[in-house]
Design a protein around this ligand. Structure first.
Ligand code: ANZ
Ligand code: ZN
Length: 825
């Protein structure tokens, strides 16, 4: 960036901290950013950021995510939209409880003091929130409605209890959802996760599997493709058939789920999940009971992820029993093994070693026959040890020989159905949502267990079921809910019969809280329901949702599920909550995620203290497209600060000069071209390029001021437009400019600058950008562009970014207006 030798002293005179002190109280008084009322006639736009978890003060990741969201919100406001840009906290959760135990304070104290710190930081960071929306999911006024919603799900049969083997963290002493188990370990504490048989609450999300998949067509193009793919894979719909296998010595056949009924003639053995009830039943009387019992012990220690790993040595036990292959009458042995899961499909499979790698590995380990039934043109799997999974022609398959795979699937399924031995079937990888947690700091489940009435819902008028005072319960993890340790809280009258009963002592997964918070924001103080249906109708669905890709699966899937249920309950009239989604990248340092152990952490607060809010925001937004990671080692908050100081200096010169009559048509042209470009770039989320354009405009203003004087009307026009556009990225500096140009606050109440196509109409020239001699981009630029602006634009180009990859820029040769050559290596 350009150094201005003529005004060296002025650089120090812009004090960004003083600007913050000056404008924050003014903005508070003006009550900016408040969403309009029901009678507001402007078109509405709901801009949402994933709400924070109050783990401590804000960090660089928050700064990035919220800066990005803020640009969208501010832009919409300036474009005349009535904008809802709310803030709240996802304030229940295990870390608060663990921290509280460690520090000997209550989870509420820890949580709410962190929230206060974060709220204060957000306020100073200048994010355009409507603070009236502020909510905390751990407030009784909020969780009352989480409980109310749970009861509506319960009434619909969508919340139920069942006993099943669940993931158990022996350290945190709590159940974990599958997705909280990473590589067999607890996501939070890294302890090795085990299995336990427990009675737990579930939401029947599987009932919505098809709609969760099919409604994604609405999101195509406005959600990142990779998120849609992750959701699809998570739901994991597959189609195939159910096939019945007769079992010797058992009256009833056992059904298997297969996606490949065409391979039935190649089924040479049969496998049941070792931890299924069926395995225990079949093992009894088979003569291998002891082996089975020992094996089962070992299986209980493994997680599903380990069990399904293809590269794992296959283990299992023969149960001493046999099944009959329904198509050729062959007698095949039955094994129990852990690579078959108890809760997928039917928990039993026909094993086709020639065409399924896991079956083949098992067959080789146990010396079982391998019969290829699809000729794929590849070598015999029995010899190579590599199962052939592709298309081909049926062989060794009796009447079906010669058919192709797809045709064979149809024909064999039809024939099975005709004989009453099977049916077409659809299966999902998605499981029901396990929502109970055996911890204190969460939303209590509003159910009472009565010895005579069974499960009884707490009546709506008795909500919320409040958490007991933390000092009256034993918070230490012990495998049962801490809530159960307080008899005064636990023992209640049954709401139905009045007899002695006990409360359900589990609390809800915090993903329940976050599945509907965005609805509450529409009417945060509403007391007749979780949300005012009319307010939700006005604001929802969310126009722009910004947040981390770590929430690509669960939070988004659960929120989508909630909306579909609420739609079926007649409470909302749309079926997808978030019309458009943006996943920001991460802030990293020296090529690696920031971590304590690497010592490469960058503290947001110290960056803010050193450079001011605006320089940090501009640095983040200028670093690259919002989806990409930002390496803090590669960016320059100093450079951003210097640019802002230069703008500030221009505003002093232009603001105090009296206007002349001479003008500068070239600058006027550039101003209007810049407005046009920046408008388009902001709408495409190309904030970095937009900033680059604003930098070139500021260079041009400086040139005009130095050449023709600060009183040139075009210079004022340019800087006024610039102040408005910069307000998206650097709200304090923009306000300084606006006021030094002689206007009342606030620039944040101004409309987006208007663009005059007649003034902008121009002979632009095409500039070629090369990286190491290869053309990577073509830019339309004004013929009068200076070398430095051209270089900035070239370096901000997305295709140049991509071409550079990990290479460092060694030299930039900028030959305005037609060529930029970047040397990198
Ligand atoms: C025979 C077969 C032959 C299979 C073949 C595959 C290839 P997706 O697509 O994931 O739904 N399977 C069924 N239930 C299972 C369980 N509980 N645990 C582990 N594996 C199970 O996979 C369905 C396929 O996975 C089924 O089709 C079954 O193996 C296996 F050449 O049946 B297949
Ligand atoms: Zn009762």
């Amino acid at each position: 960036m350009r150094e201005s030798a003529d005004h060296p002293a002025d650089e120090e005179s812009y004090d960004p901290q003083a600007a913050q002190e000056r404008w924050l109280p003014v903005w508070d008084k003006l009550a900016l950013n408040q969403a309009g009322s029901a009678s507001d006639e402007r078109p509405r736009k709901y801009i949402l950021d994933m709400f924070p978890y109050p783990s401590g003060d804000l960090h660089m990741g928050h700064a990035e995510a919220f800066s990005i969201g803020d640009v969208g919100a501010r832009y919409a406001m300036m474009r005349g939209f009535d904008v809802l840009h709310p803030i709240g906290w996802d304030s229940f959760g295990l870390p608060a409880e663990n921290a509280a135990i460690k520090r000997g304070m209550s989870p509420a104290e820890w949580t709410y003091s962190n929230i206060d710190v974060q709220a204060d930081s957000f306020h100073r960071f200048g994010i355009s929130f409507d603070w009236r929306t502020r909510l905390h999911t751990s407030d009784p006024e909020y969780y009352r409605w989480t409980q109310w919603l749970f009861l509506r799900f319960y009434e619909k049969g969508l919340a139920y209890r069942k006993a099943s083997p669940v993931n158990w963290c022996p350290n945190d002493q709590t159940v974990l959802a599958n997705e909280q188990v990473i590589g067999g370990r607890c996501e939070r504490c890294d302890a090795v996760v085990t299995k336990r048989n427990l009675t737990q609450w579930y939401f029947r999300i599987t009932q919505y599997a098809d709609r969760l998949l099919d409604d994604m067509v609405q999101l195509e193009g406005s959600w990142p493709d990779r998120v849609l793919t992750m959701q699809r894979n998570w739901i994991g719909r597959s189609t195939g058939a159910h096939v019945d296998f007769a079992i010797e010595g058992r009256a009833e056949p056992v059904t298997v789920y297969t996606t490949r009924p065409d391979t039935l003639y190649g089924a040479t053995f049969f496998v049941v999940a070792a931890d299924s009830a069926l395995a225990t039943e079949l093992a009894a009387g088979g003569g291998h009971e002891a082996d089975f019992a020992a094996y089962l012990e070992q299986v209980r220690l493994a997680t599903d992820i380990e069990r399904l790993a293809t590269d794992r040595v296959k283990t299992g036990v023969f149960l001493g029993r046999h099944a009959t292959n329904p198509v050729n009458g062959e007698r095949i042995p039955i094994y129990a093994a852990d690579y078959v899961l108890a809760d997928y499909g039917t928990g039993a499979i026909m094993a086709v070693p020639a065409h399924d790698q896991r079956d083949l590995d098992f067959a080789r380990a146990f010396d079982l026959p391998v019969v290829a039934v699809i000729d794929t043109g590849l070598e015999d799997p029995a010899v190579t040890g590599i199962a052939t999974v592709g298309d081909g022609v049926l062989v060794n398959s009796g009447p079906y020989d010669g058919l192709r795979k797809a045709e064979a699937i149809d024909r064999i399924t039809t024939d099975l159905v005709a004989r009453g031995g099977g049916s077409a079937a659809v299966n999902y990888r998605l499981r029901d949502w396990l929502l109970s947690r055996q911890r204190y700091w969460g939303c209590p489940i509003p159910i009472v267990h009565c010895p005579s009435c069974g499960e009884v819902a707490v009546p709506d008028e008795q909500l919320p079921v409040r958490l007991p005072d933390p000092t009256t319960v034993d918070l230490r993890p012990k495998g049962t809910s801490p809530l159960a340790s307080n008899p005064d809280w636990l023992n209640v009258e049954c709401p139905k019969c009045g007899g002695p009963a006990t409360r359900d002592a589990d609390t809800m997964d915090t993903f329940v809280d976050s599945s509907w918070y965005y609805l509450r924001y529409c009417s945060p103080d509403y007391s007749d329901g979780p949300f005012d249906v009319e307010a939700v109708r006005r604001w929802m669905p969310v126009a722009q949702y910004t947040g981390g890709v770590e929430h690509a699966i669960l939070h988004l899937l659960y929120s989508r599920f909630f909306i579909k249920v609420l739609h079926d309950l007649g409470m909302v009239d749309f079926i997808e909550p978030f019309s458009s989604l943006l996943n920001q990248g991460q802030v990293i340092n020296q090529g690696k995620a920031m971590s304590k152990s690497l010592g490469n952490g960058v503290e947001l607060q110290s960056e803010l203290a050193a450079y001011g809010v605006d320089a940090v925001r501009v640095t983040i937004l200028f670093a690259g497209p919002p989806e990409e990671d930002i390496d803090w080692a590669d960016v320059s908050p100093t450079g951003a600060g210097k640019w802002l100081a230069r703008l500030w200096r221009l505003s002093g010169e232009i603001g105090s000069a009296s206007a002349f009559s001479v003008d500068d048509d070239g600058l006027r042209k550039l101003t209007h071209q810049t407005i046009d470009e920046v408008t388009r770039l902001v709408e495409l989320f190309r904030y970095n390029v937009a900033i680059a354009r604003l930098m070139s405009l500021s260079n041009a203003i400086r040139t005009t001021v130095d050449k023709s004087g600060a009183g040139t009307p075009a210079a004022r026009e340019a800087l006024e437009a610039l102040a408005k556009m910069v307000s998206l990225f650097a709200p304090y500096t923009a306000e300084e400019l606006w006021s030094r140009l002689g206007h009342e606050p606030s620039v944040h109440q101004q409309s987006w600058p208007s663009f005059d196509p007649l003034i902008a109409a121009n002979d632009t020239v095409t500039c070629v950008v090369q990286v190491n001699g290869k053309v990577r981009d073509r830019l339309e630029v004004p013929p009068s562009i200076d070398a430095e602006s051209l270089q900035t634009l070239a370096l901000a180009s997305a295709t140049v970014h991509k071409a550079l990859g990990d290479m460092a820029v060694r030299q930039v040769i900028s030959r305005p207006p037609r060529l930029v050559n970047i040397v990198a290596g």
